[in-house]
Design a protein around this ligand. Sequence first.
Ligand code: BEZ
Length: 212
Amino acid sequence: MTLRLGDIAPDFEQDSSIGTIKFHEYLGDGWGVLFSHPADYTPVCTTELGLTAKLKGEFEKRNVKAIALSVDDAESHKGWINDINETQNTTVNFPILADGDRKVSQLYDMIHPNASETVTVRSLFVIDPKKKVRLIITYPASTGRNFDEILRVIDSLQLTDNYSVATPGNWKDGEDVVIVPSLKDEAVLKEKFPKGYKAVRPYLRLTPQPNK
Ligand code: BEZ
């Protein structure tokens, strides 16, 4: 199944390192990051899962639940989690889906046969509280993901939803943001952006990040 931005993230029920997960129910009314790994006991994945565990506070601040996926079984995941905890000096605090039957991998198109017939590539989906897919990133198996970038995109999406702003290229938290072009009414602009804005061009209007 090909998923696109704006689609509803498919719901599923699957075994995991913490027992059966009903995906939509697990996410509740918060955000989610669903991300796949080629296999258990692989070096790059071990570092990624350790990193995700260490970013627990950052995910919580943004009301995001992480959920990983690998095509091995739950017993294998539990052994691997012990290894991750030991080697990455952390405690894995999120579930790893046990997708041995490739049910979720197929639903989310995580197997790219010309890369590998059997294991998932490094797919990542950000899902919003309405269960809409808001970000899709696919990395090759040999490249570990940049989790700072994933948090940066989540910050951008949440700013857009809450303040009608977009974020410029290479934007970092705290820098000026862009007012969405559809907002034109001066009274609304004054109310929404009390710190004012600078119109570099009528279509390019910068304002201080509203939640700072
Ligand atoms: C991995 O750790 O998942 C990995 C390492 C090298 C090539 C492909 C995958």
